[in-house]
Design a protein. Structure first.
Length: 529
């Protein structure tokens, strides 16, 4: 069964009657402290998919995605000018935008991120949390938290073992003098106003020494995040909200927030769901300075449907390993192609797990899903075709299909050509990138006498007629059987003599794509040399 249906079955078991009375609410968030990392996509998409599953079952729901702009600015990313250091400790909404155009720091990155999320056509409504604070929607919970600070302290202590000091208040206010929030400490509460001092040193942010008194309401304050998380469940009336499995570990933050929500705020905590992470492989994606470690970079690397497919097909409690320098991208295309073929050619059972994944991948275009029944040229082949000089990709793809390409076939082919070029250019995956050498590569001199003889035989075969890729593939195997040389050495001889390395694209297709006279000359030259 599809993971999203499993979760929604359990959810509706608990919320079934509510679901008939009102719109159900799902929520997730991301702090806009810079360009969001790839990892933030997992949680966003889990919620968005669950929302789609509910919609698909006719259950009214909305998924609210918070762009958090009230957390403190706590480090300057390397793509932001170093002088932004002076703003450390302020709320992200009070930090100027590095681009000089956006309203503030959080909005610059919030817009960049939400533009991509919107483009992915997962369903969500975006909001900045400062708007809720300023509208007074958190006031009731700030008051409850201040009034019940000792009970909250006790929840922290019993659940997570964290001991807050005597005189701790679950609230922070913006300093009237320097505008920072991370550096202030509330020291008293009279039911209307809090006393505070701006004297803490948090990372590189230093308090200005100011002491004052002010109302914590209407956007003047925030709460420590576990208390604030609980308040958000109430303010947004959340029915379902999940989190990474780390938050659910013993003593984890979600257990603290759920208890504060129920015991202090007297509100049922949302239905729990946990998820695994996305792990990045390859040096380029995992280093912070490299190409492509942000959510936006990952998104741009794949066509929309493939991005959606990747995120939907993996069970939420299984890790997604993404290595753009290895096999990840071609394997994903193959998996999608299999799902698509299965959907259109594999029988009537649309409840089948894979068909469900395919439908949700294209959820937004559901009405004309039939249009997606197009010819899917293997991405492996496309990524090889685009590296061949003078090759007519369209003619090759038509040959693979065995009939004329329709308009939709051509669109798909062009899309794959575009993404293959981008992938090869940005990540240069070693196994997939090659150059046909104009002269005999130096490495060819190291080929054995048997390998050279095989190349001579292959040249003779090529002289016979114009072979198709598939025919060449079996011919090479025949020569291999006859010679008794190991497969690795046979194919190695072909690749070394053309590419100067011992691996390359599928040999039959590869040879078919190259100029026949060029190949005969090259193989003879090596075989006679
Ligand atoms: Zn201050």
């Amino acid at each position: 069964m599809f993971w999203g249906d499993d979760i929604i079955d359990d959810f509706l078991k608990e919320y079934g009657d509510e679901a008939k009375k009102r719109q159900l609410i799902l929520r997730d968030e991301k702090t806009m402290s810079g360009k969001p990392h790839v990892g933030s996509l997992r949680s966003y998409i889990m919620h968005a998919v669950l929302s789609d599953v509910l919609t698909d079952r006719g259950v009214d729901n909305v998924f609210h995605y918070e762009l958090n702009d009230t957390d403190a600015f706590d480090s300057v990313p390397d793509y932001v000018p170093a002088e932004w250091k002076e703003h450390l400790g302020k709320r992200l909404k009070d930090v100027p935008a590095p681009d000089g155009k956006s309203a503030n720091y959080a909005e610059q990155f919030g817009k960049e991120y939400s533009d991509v999320l919107k483009d992915s056509q997962f369903n969500a409504k975006y909001y900045y949390v400062s708007s809720k604070y300023e509208a007074g929607e958190f006031d009731e919970y700030i008051r409850l938290a201040l009034d019940h600070k000792d009970e909250i302290r006790e929840i922290y202590r019993t659940v997570s073992g964290s001991d807050k000091p005597e005189g701790w208040y679950p609230c922070q206010v913006v300093c009237d003098k320097c505008g920072k929030i991370a550096t202030t400490k509330v020291t008293g509460w009279d039911g209307k106003e809090v006393e505070y001092s701006c004297s803490a040193e948090v990372g590189d942010a230093k308090g200005c020494g100011h002491e004052g008194k002010k109302s914590p309401f209407g956007g003047n304050a925030t709460m420590p995040w576990k208390v604030e998380w609980a308040a958000k469940f109430c303010v947004m009336k959340v029915d379902l909200e999940g989190a990474g499995k780390d938050h659910y570990a013993a003593g984890g933050s979600r257990h603290v927030s759920n208890r504060i929500c129920e015991e202090i705020f007297k509100h049922k905590h949302p239905f729990d769901v946990r998820h695994e992470f996305i792990l990045l492989g390859g040096a380029k994606m995992s280093s912070s300075a490299g190409v492509g470690c942000t959510a936006v970079d990952l998104y741009n690397l794949l066509p929309r449907y493939l991005f959606r497919f990747m995120m939907i097909q993996k069970e939420v409690m299984k890790t997604i390993n993404f290595d753009p320098e290895g096999d990840t991208v071609p394997v994903l295309f193959d998996q999608y192609d299999e799902a698509c073929r299965g959907y259109f050619d594999g029988g009537e059972d649309v409840k089948d797990h894979k068909n469900r994944i395919f439908e949700l991948t294209h959820f937004h275009e559901k009405k004309d899903l039939k249009k997606l029944d197009r010819f899917l040229p293997r991405f492996n082949h496309i990524s090889f075709f685009v590296q061949m000089p003078h090759l007519d990709v369209s003619a090759r793809v038509e040959e693979m299909k065995g009939s004329a390409l329709t308009k939709t076939d051509k669109e798909e082919m062009n899309l794959r050509v575009e993404y293959a070029k981008k992938w090869l250019g940005d990540f240069g995956p070693e196994r997939y990138v090659f150059t046909v050498h104009e002269e005999v590569p130096g490495a060819a001199s190291e080929l054995s006498a048997e390998q050279k003889k095989f190349l001579g035989d292959l040249a003779t075969v090529l002289e016979e007629k114009d072979w198709s890729g598939e025919e060449l593939h079996s011919k090479i195997h025949e020569l291999k059987e006859a010679s008794g040389i190991a497969p690795k050495e046979i194919f190695g001889a072909i690749y070394v003599s053309l590419l100067g390395k011992d691996s390359g694209p599928q040999a039959g297709w590869f040879l078919e794509a190259l100029d026949k006279d060029f190949l005969i000359k090259r193989f003879k030259e090596i075989s006679n040399g």
